[in-house]
Design a protein around this ligand. Sequence first.
Ligand SMILES: [Zn+2]
Ligand SMILES: [Zn+2]
Length: 271
Amino acid sequence: MKLTVLVDNYTNIDEYYLGEPGVSYYIEDTDATVLFDTGYSDILLRNAEALHKEMTRVSKIVISHGHDDHTRGLKFMQQEGLLTGKEIIAHPDTFWKKESDGLSIGAPFSEEELCKITKLTLVREPIKISEHLTYLAEIPQVNAFEKRKIIGKMRKNGVEQDDYVKEDSALVYKGTRGLTIITGCSHSGICNIIEYAKKVCGDDRIEGIIGGFHLLETTMTPRLQETIAYFQKNHIQNLSPCHCVSFEAKAYIHQAIPIHTVGVGMQMEVI
Ligand SMILES: [Zn+2]
Ligand SMILES: [Zn+2]
């Protein structure tokens, strides 16, 4: 698998790509080209062009969760005719309207709108999407230190409820050295995601993790402490926390396990 970072908060010096607080990865497996999340603006398209990553080759788009820093790029793909006929894979809660502090923070399209132009696959159970990639769908909550938090409200067909971002999920690549987990924001808890990936794929070896871990703490907290202990216990080889991980959290993790810097244009190859 070859993963190329199209959108990230960070850009590397001397590499003139565009950054924004969002996530989008271009993933090439043996039998499919998959886009994981779409960032917030049109920069996924501009960076893809600069990186010579052909968006017309993408056959499947996996959406980690409904928040606009992961879904709003869909609007710009649609404007360029890049959504028509594509398969979008996500959890059924992903395209509800989402609001927080009076702001709309959800996807630019409703489920009904997407059904008209794409092949929409909404699932709560894991599905294979290519030879080695699995979309995990709904993540069971198994770690007491990773309780779901409410982020605003979600609304659909006159129903309004607190939003626990239950759709938040991840992709897993099953390689020869174990699993590589690809996350969006990890609202479901990074350790809950890892635990479920191991169960679904039947492999306890974690080769690496790339994506947001939703660790925004500025001091050492019990949650961060438990998370680091979990990483150590699982002997995770390559940790690449980004997007929604604070500098301080990265520094604490790095003291226990050396981490990699993620930035737009970074490429990762896994066998
Ligand atoms: Zn989010
Ligand atoms: Zn995010």
